[in-house]
Design a protein around this ligand. Structure first.
Ligand SMILES: [Zn+2]
Length: 169
């Protein structure tokens, strides 16, 4: 696990692992629905206030990423689009759209599992949350249960390849 931007010392280990397992359950629900398995939960004051899973195919909605769904769920449940003090756990490194949404929501901390080399916008392709024009700082913790988070994705794509390209060698 690596910790960025948190010189104050993010809490590592069990608490992060436990919340990430909640996000992994949602990733599994996405896979069962035929969506790329990514799951997210929003946690504040020691409890989950929002849950989301990836679902752009079924909902015909390009914005239906797990993070967006979890933010919408959390904001609706607390009656405030600002989620100050909240932590979002997501199984995969957020894309630039989701980083934007996390900034709008004033999420305090983002904890993610696997990196996303092609579209990840917190370390892989850029560090969008560090753009100097932003007036909100997000703390980032990466690599939490990374192996499990990556495996759920790899299993999904293995299965999909087996189904759609039966003669692939
Ligand atoms: Zn996204």
């Amino acid at each position: 696990m690596t910790v960025d931007e948190d010189p104050g010392g993010a809490v590592q280990g069990e608490p992060h692992d436990n919340w990430m397992r909640e996000a992994l359950i949602l990733a599994g629900e996405a896979a069962a629905a035929g969506e790329v398995p990514v799951g997210a939960v929003v946690v504040r004051d020691g409890r989950v206030i929002g849950r989301g899973r990836n679902g752009p195919v079924g909902s015909h909605d390009p914005t239906a990423h797990a993070e967006i769904a979890a933010l919408r769920d959390a904001a609706a449940s607390v009656g405030n689009y600002r989620l100050s003090g909240a932590t979002l756990y997501v199984t995969l490194e957020p894309c630039v759209m989701c980083v934007g949404a996390l900034v709008h929501a004033r999420v305090q901390t983002v904890v993610y599992g696997a990196t996303e080399p092609k579209s990840g916008a917190m370390e892989s392709t850029q560090r969008a949350h560090e753009h100097p024009a932003l007036n909100h700082q997000i703390r980032v913790v990466s690599g939490v249960l990374a192996a499990e988070c990556r495996e759920v994705l790899q299993a999904f794509f293995r299965q999909r390849r087996a189904q759609t390209v039966p003669h692939e060698t």
